[in-house]
Ligand binder design. Sequence first.
Ligand code: ADP
Ligand code: MG
Length: 288
Amino acid sequence: ATPTALMVGTARAAKMGILIKNGEALEEANGLQTIVFDKTGTITNGKPIVTDLIGDPQQVLPIAGSLEENSEHPLAHAIMTKVKESQIKFPSAQNFKDLRGKGVQALVNGQPAFIGNAKLVTDCQLSAELQKQMIALQDEAKTVVLVGIADLVIGLIAIQDTPKPTSAEAIAKLKARGLKTVMLTGDNRNVAQAIADQVGIDQVIAEVLPGEKAEQIKKIQQSTSGKVAFIGDGVNDAPALSTADIGIAMGSGTDIAIESGEIVLVQNDLREVVCALDISRKTFNRIK
Ligand code: ADP
Ligand code: MG
């Protein structure tokens, strides 16, 4: 590509709110075959809210509050909003620990307590009844966290994060341009599939630990001859953004994600990816 063509393409993108840090990314977008999406904050709004609470709120909410007031996770914010609304008092936790990609734990009133996904517990800690309720909620595209004291799960909290209104349209347009779409998330398989179905994503890779996202991108790169893009927003998305042929960060993302991306979607709208792709195709077909 001539430098002038690149400048024109980059400037055209900038006008639409797409920040392209280097022209190479625009050129690579022309050979794109697969687009991999993070779920929370990328496909979805990333503003989850609590929808259901199973168990005794007087017991479940204080434990949840003690634990989650120490966490910065979007799920923690949703749960703290619920705890504060209930005006239930909670003690401060000791020895707080973040169990990356699984949940959090701490001592509450001197007892070990935890909140997080099913990877934290064995079958005998979760009653058959609660397990059934968990799966039913997950099938409604709700993320379910288990609240436990000592060795027992005492309640479930379901949290819903809805797709952005423009995600389905963007994904349909990318598929119409011949791209394969993949979701890569740390969330549960049922929840991930339910969201994927709502927006038309082709393939789901779920329950991926924060450290494993880059590894998954490498695997996808090895399985295709075309270029692979990854779109994400979180701290745990940064390595995958660097590993992908094209890293695309959401403008609302964490600083480290924005630094790792070569393209930034300033308006946090996945339709901007369609725009970027069209500009890339125009720029590089014209000068060929
Ligand atoms: P994502 O890829 O969707 O951003 P994460 O890797 O951040 O997901 O988290 C994966 C899962 O770990 C969550 O869906 C949740 O089950 C659990 N988890 C992580 N942090 C917390 C927390 N503070 N409270 C409850 N659950 C948590
Ligand atoms: Mg995210």
